[in-house]
Design a binder for this molecule. Structure first.
Ligand code: SF4
Length: 335
């Protein structure tokens, strides 16, 4: 059997959700989180329509359609890592479509149920497929550690002192899945931002909110909540993407990452955040046609504070109904 050749050094490697990015970097490849590529596109909404014109049904999650269409205009991304376990079945099908179109698809499976040894094997398989030496992976993980600590500090400046706004928090943490494809440049950006933020006055909000679930696809959510006097001081998944759990061992780091596993690990993480960050309420963002909507009931039952559930479909400003519901929720929480 011929061994599959790893991508050439410096090549861009896309991925459909957060995967152990240390392995990609250790293989001297350029990581591209395809979700970020899609949503950063000023024509993101049009990308969804393009995928529908290409045959994707309307009743499919917009993130999948956006990723597909974004890749069409990036033929330079030849290799795509698909999390075919730990994300969703749409991703699995997307991987097959991309393979049919000639891309190199690399599968990564987050073990379900969560399992340390299996995860360790998956990371080893990924490293072998991309051509990353174990020593290099360990080196990259150690190099990224100060940057990950800076991101934790940035997060603290949101919920402790209010010197970093909810929108800024979201923007930096969401980018930590691929470090904007260039960890060194991203590190400089974070360092400079923290320097500026340290000079700001502390700020308090009459209403402290947390965001639970998939990153919202709305474009003006944070500005609107600020107008209402509510600060978003917690973003569940973007914070998880920044890997706030410190572990010298890479498998252990991704074992404690809650996104790809069961809801119970997420609930424990959410309970801690509600307490530590003194949240007044949670907004559960759900994505149209996403299976994760089913967790809404458990989130409401298990977390002892008011929860507002909103739903978004494709990239757009907030619709009037969602604006009214957010306004009413903040009014109820206002002291
Ligand atoms: S939002 Fe849900 S359905 Fe869409 S890609 Fe993510 S996990 Fe899959």
């Amino acid at each position: 059997m011929t061994a599959i050749k790893p991508p050439p050094p410096g090549a861009k490697v896309g991925f459909t959700t957060t995967i152990p990015v240390e392995v990609v970097l250790a293989a001297n490849l350029q990581p591209v989180d395809l979700n970020n590529l899609f949503i950063a596109d000023p024509g993101a909404r049009a990308r969804v329509a393009e995928a529908e014109a290409a045959g994707f049904p309307r009743t499919i999650c917009a993130w999948i359609k956006g990723i597909y269409a974004a890749l069409q205009s990036h033929p330079d991304i030849r290799t795509v890592i698909v999390a075919c376990q730990g994300d969703c079945s749409y991703t699995q099908a997307l991987g097959e479509l991309l393979e049919a179109e000639g891309r190199d698809v690399v599968h990564f499976k987050y073990p379900y149920p969560r399992d340390r040894q299996q995860l360790r094997r998956e990371i080893r398989t990924l490293a072998a497929r991309l051509g990353a030496a174990a020593s290099q992976v360990a080196l990259i993980q150690a190099r990224l550690s100060p940057l990950r600590q800076k991101l934790q500090h940035l997060d603290r400046l949101t919920w402790e002192s209010g010197q970093v706004s909810g929108a800024e928090n979201f923007q930096f943490l969401i980018a930590s899945s691929d470090f904007a494809s260039d960890p060194e440049a991203f590190n400089l950006k974070v360092t400079e931002f923290l320097r500026q933020a340290a000079g700001r006055r502390p700020r308090t909000y009459p209403v402290r909110l947390g965001f639970v679930g998939i990153p919202p696809i709305y474009t003006d959510l944070w500005d609107y909540l600020e107008e209402l006097g509510a600060g978003v001081v917690f973003h569940e998944f973007p914070r998880q993407f920044s890997m706030p759990h410190h572990h010298a061992d890479l498998a252990e780091q991704y074992f404690h990452y809650t996104y790809p596993y069961d809801i119970f690990g997420r609930l424990a993480d959410l309970e801690a955040a509600v307490r530590t960050r003194r949240l007044d309420g949670l907004v559960h963002y759900t994505q149209s046609f996403c299976f994760r909507q089913m967790f809404d009931q458990l989130i409401r039952e298990r977390l002892n504070l008011p929860v507002l559930t909103i739903e978004g479909d494709r990239p757009s400003p907030l619709d009037s109904r969602t604006r009214m519901r957010l306004e009413a929720f903040v009014d109820v929480l206002r002291p």
